[in-house]
Write a protein that binds this ligand. Structure first.
Ligand SMILES: Cc1cc2nc3c(=O)[nH]c(=O)nc-3n(C[C@H](O)[C@H](O)[C@H](O)COP(=O)(O)OP(=O)(O)OC[C@H]3O[C@@H](n4cnc5c(N)ncnc54)[C@H](O)[C@@H]3O)c2cc1C
Length: 383
């Protein structure tokens, strides 16, 4: 190792990066390991808070925590953009600095790429972009009649249940403004069922849940282009007055430039989250971890967190000259708000057998409480 105290450099201060940084620091003191997190943002927000901003119960300020909160745990935070990852020379270049490392964790997430769909930016809003959440709120509140289209425009995308949850939250907003009867909600997905990663049974329950609120699900709709008030799919067309899109996701450009992933794909990993480069790991949405030939671990905060913990354990073992055998367990849960002050929980075990095991619980007020607590726990233990 290059210095007396080993240096763990973490690229990205989102779910995965924060989980890994905290797990390492919890187990090793500042005299045993130096930890640096680099992020171009200076804040962290749990993904689902965007839906609360759309709902109008939150704003950006009261949904974020500052990443310099890491400093009180002796974790250095550098607020800069990562411009180059040079794995051969173990060197990371940011806007004004260069960093070396003994261990590197790449946790840079997925990037939204609306520009890949012609006409989308001009004619629709991005359901996943926090900068557009307040505008979406205003548009829904002011819509007196017409059609809201929610369209998934690429797979894989972050948190597969989130757009369904968004449709239920929007349904509840329209009920509050007494416009639900005059506004239709149509949901378009390129997949044949609502949640392919959760399997047919859970998918049917999600379909029943949204259908019970008169949200119309259209499967196998592969988007080609967007025109003013019109979605053009490969085999059909659909009208809308307000379009809320989940755009295609890609990895950050520096990942492609470093050779870690092929264009439009993500960094391939196994359950140990190792890359082919010694002491270089990748976790979270920037990766692709296959479960079966056709299925990968979904892009979700809980999984990025679990991968961060597995990598942290292995780095701790290496620093302590022990065997590094921890694997990501593939277990996680995701809450789906019903829009009626309750939530259900999708429990997933990705590696329980030949196919993932999934379960969707009843919608209860307790699960909604647990969802709020999920956010509180992360913010208080990480920052
Ligand atoms: C609406 C919505 C609802 C969601 N709900 C849930 C949920 O209920 N449960 C759940 O588990 N997950 C949920 N998610 C998904 C979850 O937010 C993501 O899967 C999770 O954030 C992924 O963690 P990550 O660490 O891989 O990436 P991120 O959390 O995206 O972190 C990546 C970080 O890298 C930084 N970065 C990227 N490129 C650079 C660069 N060049 N230079 C410097 N910094 C860079 C980014 O600024 C970012 O902070 C939701 C997502 C959305 C959009």
């Amino acid at each position: 190792m290059s210095e007396t105290i080993p240096h763990v450099l973490i690229l990205g201060g989102g779910f995965g990066g924060l989980s890994a940084a905290n797990e390492i620091r919890k187990n090793l003191s500042a005299s045993q390991v130096r930890i640096t997190v680099i992020d171009k943002r200076n804040w962290f927000m749990v993904g689902f808070a965007k839906l609360w901003i759309i709902k109008g119960t939150r704003n950006f300020e009261n949904s974020t925590a500052l990443l310099n909160g890491l400093e009180k745990k002796d974790i250095d935070f550098v607020n800069e953009e990562i411009l180059q990852i040079d794995l051969k020379n173990k060197n990371i270049t940011t806007s004004t600095n260069e960093f070396s490392y003994d261990f590197l964790i790449i946790a840079m997430g997925a990037v939204l790429a609306p520009q890949k769909i012609p006409g989308l930016t001009e004619n629709g809003l991005n359901l996943y972009d926090y900068k557009q959440s307040e505008e979406i709120h205003e548009k829904i509140k002011n819509l007196k009649s017409g059609i809201i289209a929610i369209s998934i425009m690429g797979m894989p995308y972050k948190c597969p249940p989130a757009p369904f949850e968004a449709s239920l939250i929007i349904d509840s907003m329209l009920r509050e403004t007494n416009t639900r009867e005059s506004v239709q909600i149509h949901f378009y997905s390129p997949a044949p069922i609502t949640l392919p990663a959760a399997g047919p049974e859970v998918s049917k329950k999600i379909l029943d849940l949204i259908s019970s609120e008169k949200i119309v699900f259209h499967d196998s709709c592969k988007i080609k282009t967007v025109e003013p008030n019109k979605l053009i799919f490969e085999n059909s067309e659909a009208d809308f007055d307000l379009l809320l899109a989940v755009p295609p996701h890609v990895a950050p450009d520096v990942i492609y430039e470093s050779g870690l992933a092929e264009k439009n794909n993500f960094i391939p990993i196994n359950r140990d989250c190792k890359t082919p480069h010694e002491n270089v790991y990748a976790i979270g949405d920037v990766t692709s971890l296959k479960v079966t030939d056709k299925l990968a671990v979904p892009k979700a905060g809980v999984f990025a967190e679990g991968e961060g913990i597995a990598v942290a354990k292995n780095i701790i073992s290496k620093i302590q000259s022990k065997e590094d055998s921890a694997l990501f367990d593939g277990k996680g849960g995701c809450f789906i708000e019903s829009g009626r002050d309750t939530a259900s929980l999708i429990e997933v075990d990705m590696f329980s057998g030949p196919n993932p095991k999934t379960n969707l619980t009843e919608s209860t007020a307790e699960h909604l409480e647990e969802k709020l607590q999920f956010e509180k726990d992360r913010l208080s233990k990480w920052l």
